[in-house]
Design a protein. Sequence first.
Length: 254
Amino acid sequence: MTKAESKDNQQSSGHVAREVARLILTGVWREGTTLPREIELASRFGVSRASMRESLSLLKAKGLIASRQKAGTHVRARFDWNMLDEELLNWTLLALPTQEFAKQIMEVRRIVEPEACAICAVRGTDEDFARIERAYRGMDAAGMDRVAYAEPDLQFHRGILIATGNDFLIAFGATVAAALRMSFNLSSTNPGAPRKSLPYHRTVLDEIWARNPDGARQAMHKLMDLTEQNIVSAMSRQKKKDAEDENARTRRAR
């Protein structure tokens, strides 16, 4: 197989894995469902059996499916799914209602980030704090540009996790990078949202520099409150827009 053929095969496998995952995530193929045979799946998605086999291997690694000898491949129970897998997070965002997904993401962030802030304030080095400071300055420099603001915002939050010195939290931060980015994108769709959140980030940073764990924890809780308010507002506007679009389509159809 040439390098070009290998690349095409990987892209095809990734595309098919995403499509199968969508069927599982949306409940078309429910937990416990036995999937069609490999040859039938390959025909359905228009790929070779080798590509189909690779797609199924990707989904097995993410905990979505499992195979049993003479029993075929079945969808695993939801609690077995590796929801912290970056690809699976992205697929879930596309497949599930945004409101429910955003709610779950915020719950995870509220559990992790305030305590990470407190640990960071105690254990972090001046070099760690300077890294977070640089991310903050990047946010400040972005002004009202939501796109330019997103990456330093992500680096700010990941920098806090890195500064804890806890290998599990650091690994967690790398895993949920996609989830954090989605949360930022949802919350920052409000007009002026990035700029409005900047003072809250500054307070978090000041409490970290002051090595005040309680203050850092509370500052992050307040930032999470603002983020959640922005997300709720953004989803409310989107829901209203979707309803207006649906009404317009209904009127045109009459």
